[in-house]
Ligand binder design. Structure first.
Ligand code: SF4
Length: 488
């Protein structure tokens, strides 16, 4: 065990505030899945944002020691040196809590603590993040002048100097208050998460999104937890918990639920698919020739092309299957070249490929939102794009309203629905098998970060992935027609 293993980090502490069991798992490195490609790209973007923040200070000194004791010594030496005005990654310790401050700026003999975040909005969790650092700094004996968060500036445009990427927000009063509250629970948290045994987990609403739920905690071995009830809010969750109910099978018949929630509970209990009245009529409202459309986009904190704002969602790719009146399928596709902004090319080819007749089936509202964004960029194409939007029909809405299947586990995403309704098809054989990774791979291509030898194969993998999404819609449509006819 190294010395750092016996300390509590910011991540451990903030997790433990939500749940001591979760905090313990993060401290003890309970194995989760490896980071995905999308997560790696997000981290790289975070690093670029940090570098941008540091570039605002030409006189900053970086504490680049990874050894805890040496980092502590170096930080103390820099703070004791009046000629040192700015410190990056200052390392401090209070009790058994350790922190690295992104930027410390000396002002009037005190320090301004700046934390850098890749977020545009000033949210409570960011203030808590800053408060942890302030708590440890204060405990270490540092006089703090103020606390600031450097957040992403919506007005920033890539390639221009008009506005900075980051803008500071003074959060001193709130952060000092939260830091004071943290100090009251610090020792208890240290004891809990540094203990050898994991604190027992307890069902709570936060379990819903907890990575440890199914494999390492209260959800282990639970086949149908009540979290599978769609849109189960915290109030209803708490009421069920008061009744001692954590599994769908135990939800009382008379418990008040929405129609959809009730339907999901019923199919889980019965194990039988339910097809609601109205599916046939809804499908008959779609008119041929049928089009099946799927978009991929790229969106990063620092966009890949000039003139764009942070996190602009740029359409990069589409797949379109068209089925004529005889059932013949045609496939059209587009994948942006990468090194240049191809938004207009994307839209123009799409307008040509979708023609002017027939419903365009999409899965979720994502394509409609993306098209609305493109209307803002190209005034002259606005009405043509509006015509495409008018033809969109959302297959997921239809599945969610009319088809209840025990295999869906209360969800209706295409990744869940496809292998249940069309068992011979799934995404497991694909090199790129989800939208997040597709985004990350396109980003790699656009930034020239792939070896030239692998660019072509990556482009093919991207096209295969997008093509499967629209082929999946074709097959699901067939199954929906069968189900509608069987239940007419
Ligand atoms: S599953 Fe629930 S109790 Fe367990 S670690 Fe996660 S939030 Fe805590």
């Amino acid at each position: 065990m190294t010395e750092t293993d016996i300390f509590v980090t910011k991540q451990n502490f903030l997790m433990a505030l939500k749940c001591r069991t979760m905090g313990w798992h993060t401290r003890h490195d309970t194995q989760l899945q490896d980071a995905t490609l999308a997560e790696i790209v997000r981290r790289e973007q975070g690093q670029a944002v940090h570098e941008n923040a540091r570039s605002q200070y030409s006189n900053g000194v970086l504490v680049d020691e990874t050894n805890a004791e040496k980092a502590l010594e170096l930080t103390a030496a820099l703070m004791g040196d009046p000629s040192c005005e700015v410190i990056f990654e200052a390392y401090v310790r209070h009790g058994r809590c350790v922190a690295r401050a992104d930027i410390l700026v000396r002002v009037n003999g005190k320090w301004v603590v700046e934390e850098v975040k890749s977020s545009k909005r000033l949210k409570l969790d960011l203030k808590e993040d800053a408060a942890y650092t302030v708590m440890v700094m204060k405990g270490f004996g540092i006089a703090i002048e103020s606390s600031k968060l450097r957040l992403v500036n919506d007005k920033y445009r890539v390639g221009t100097e008009d506005e900075p990427l980051l803008k500071p927000a003074d959060v001193t009063n709130e952060v000092f208050q939260i830091a004071h509250e943290f100090e009251q629970v610090r020792q208890a948290i240290e004891n809990d998460i540094l203990s050898a045994s994991c604190p027992a987990g307890e069902w709570k609403y936060a379990c819903y999104k907890c990575d440890y739920f199914a494999q390492h905690c209260v959800g282990r071995g639970v086949e149908s937890p009540i979290f599978q009830i769609p849109r189960l809010g915290e109030k209803k969750f708490d009421k069920l918990l008061d009744l001692g109910v954590t599994e769908i099978e135990a939800v009382p018949e008379e418990f008040e639920l929405s129609e959809r929630q009730h339907g999901v509970v019923e199919v889980v209990k019965s194990g039988q698919i339910q097809v609601r009245t109205g599916l046939k009529e809804a499908l008959e409202g779609w008119c041929g020739p049928m089009h099946y459309l799927d978009f991929e986009t790229v969106s990063t904190c620092i966009p890949v092309y000039s003139g764009l704002a942070p996190y602009t969602q740029i359409p990069t790719q589409y797949s379109l299957h068209v089925r004529d009146w005889n059932g013949n399928l045609d496939h059209f596709e587009y994948l942006a070249e990468g090194s240049r902004d191809c938004r207009r090319e994307f839209v123009e080819k799409l307008l040509a490929d979708v023609g002017s007749k027939g419903s365009i089936v999409v899965y979720s509202h994502f394509e409609k939102t993306t098209l609305t964004n493109t209307q803002k960029w190209f005034d002259d194409l606005e009405s043509d794009i509006e015509n495409v939007k008018d033809r969109l029909v959302d297959m997921e809405k239809l599945v969610s309203k009319f088809v209840y299947h025990p295999g869906f586990n209360g969800r209706t995403s295409i990744k869940v629905v496809l292998p249940v309704l069309v068992p011979e098809m799934d995404y497991s054989e694909l090199e790129i098998s989800n939208g997040d990774d597709a985004l990350a791979m396109f980003y790699r291509i656009a930034k020239g970060q792939l070896h030239p030898d692998s660019v072509e194969s990556t482009r093919l993998a991207l096209m295969e992935y997008c093509k499967l999404d629209t082929l999946a819609m074709v097959r699901i449509h067939d199954v929906l027609i069968e189900l509608a006819n069987e239940n007419a």
